[in-house]
Design a protein around this ligand. Structure first.
Ligand SMILES: *Cc1c(COP(=O)(O)O)cnc(C)c1O
Length: 388
């Protein structure tokens, strides 16, 4: 167990300095819609903080499924008057679900990665990033002043060697748990052990694991790893949670630090409250309906075994993301067009999104058994037509 991670220590120091200099930012959410008069901390205030110049953010109201009246646009950054009690409630729901002290909302997963990665790393930091990490992580690394080391995909020996070689004390390992184009799974247990041994932070992008692995809780639950302060988890509400928004699930310290340092949080408008409420409802649905995830995995196993029976190259997929790896771009395009002409949409993915061209097939809980059989029989046709 890692006791005093140097990066966590530096966050604590910075927050103390900001507090001393009266520069600390905190989030204080509204208890009302956006508008001329807002409620904050139980008091009604005449509001001079919004960017809702024409009053339209508060003009239209919506009712959620429980009948609660909601207002639309946030009208400002979360650090001004952009957030509401619903934003705070969603953060609590996420923390409860993920088993963390807190969570922090961003407007998207892209914003979470491009905000958190550079905020968490300074010029004395080395970021160790898997070569197949998502573009939002790569962009986060580019925005960071840290030194970057790219390790070969899931190659733990390479990562260990790179960590041993660095003289720097501040280190962050950044990885996806489920890789979005390959559907393979990072060895989160080994990564946690490596991070602990090298006093590094472990930053996990759980975009495709949330609502999918670990009974929906994500990769840490899947690997039975208890929460530790050096593990920071990122996720999105736009995939299994069926809504929009990104989040960081972490300790209070990391959250407070990000509130003060993550530019994609500070300098952008908060999520509209209807999106927030949709996320709350959908997370509850996932937690209360375990059959959804069971159905997802039943469908995944059905399709996967059908593809294996045809001896197709599905790479290292172990999740509902199943690539069909093809020999070149034109084969990928031809197969995708063939399927399209037979009523199936499975897009071809090519460079620079991936190195080896493929069809990326994603299976969901919404598919019926017939749907999976239809896809399999169309692929069998493609196989006998020499398209695969
Ligand atoms: C989709 C995705 C994101 C971005 O999430 P959005 O909410 O769509 O912006 C980040 N990381 C990974 C691995 C993703 O697949």
């Amino acid at each position: 167990m890692q006791m005093d991670n140097p990066l966590l220590e530096s966050y604590r120091t910075l927050l103390e300095t900001l507090r001393r200099d009266n520069l600390l930012r905190i989030i204080e959410d509204r208890d009302s819609g956006q508008g001329r008069i807002i409620k904050r901390g139980g008091r009604e205030l005449l509001n001079f903080s919004s960017n809702d110049y024409l009053g339209l953010a508060s003009a239209n109201t919506y009712r959620n499924r429980t009948g609660k009246v909601l207002h639309g646009g946030a009208g400002a950054s979360r650090l001004l008057s952009g957030g509401t009690a619903e934003h705070a409630r969603l953060e609590q729901e996420i923390a409860l679900w993920k088993g963390t002290e807190t969570s922090l909302l961003f407007t998207s997963g892209y914003a979470a990665n491009t905000g958190a990665v550079p905020a968490l790393s300074d010029e004395e930091t080395v970021i160790f990033s898997d070569e197949l990490n998502h573009a939002s992580i790569i962009d986060g690394c580019r925005l960071s002043r840290a030194e970057k080391t790219i390790y070969r995909h899931l190659d733990m020996a390479h990562l260990r060697a790179a960590l041993s070689k660095t003289g720097c004390r501040k280190k962050i390992i950044v990885t996806e748990s489920v890789f979005s184009m390959d559907g393979d799974i990072a060895p989160i247990d080994e990564l946690a052990e490596i991070a602990s041994r090298h006093e590094a932070l472990l930053y996990i992008d759980d975009a495709h694991a949330t609502g999918v692995l670990g009974g929906g809780k994500g990769s840490l639950a899947e690997f039975n790893i208890s929460r530790q302060s050096f593990i920071i988890e990122m996720g999105t509400l736009s995939k299994a949670a069926g809504s929009i928004g990104g989040f960081i699930a972490s300790t209070r310290l990391v959250r407070e630090f990000l509130v003060n340092r993550a530019r994609s949080l500070i300098y952008t408008t908060a999520l509209p409250v209807h999106a927030v409420t949709t996320s709350i409802e959908n997370i509850r649905m996932i937690r209360e309906t375990p059959d959804l995830i069971r159905r997802l995995w039943r469908n995944r196993e059905h399709l996967y075994s059908g593809l294996r029976d045809m001896n197709l190259d599905t790479g290292r997929s172990r999740t509902p993301i199943i690539p069909l790896i093809l020999k070149d771009n034109s084969s990928a395009l031809r197969l995708s067009e063939f399927l399209s002409s037979r009523g199936i949409y499975a897009p071809a993915i090519r460079y620079p999104t991936v190195r080896s061209p493929r069809l990326r097939i994603t299976v969901t809980a919404g598919h019926q058994e017939d749907d999976l059989e239809t896809l399999l029989s169309r692929l069998r046709e493609a196989l006998s037509a020499g398209l695969l």
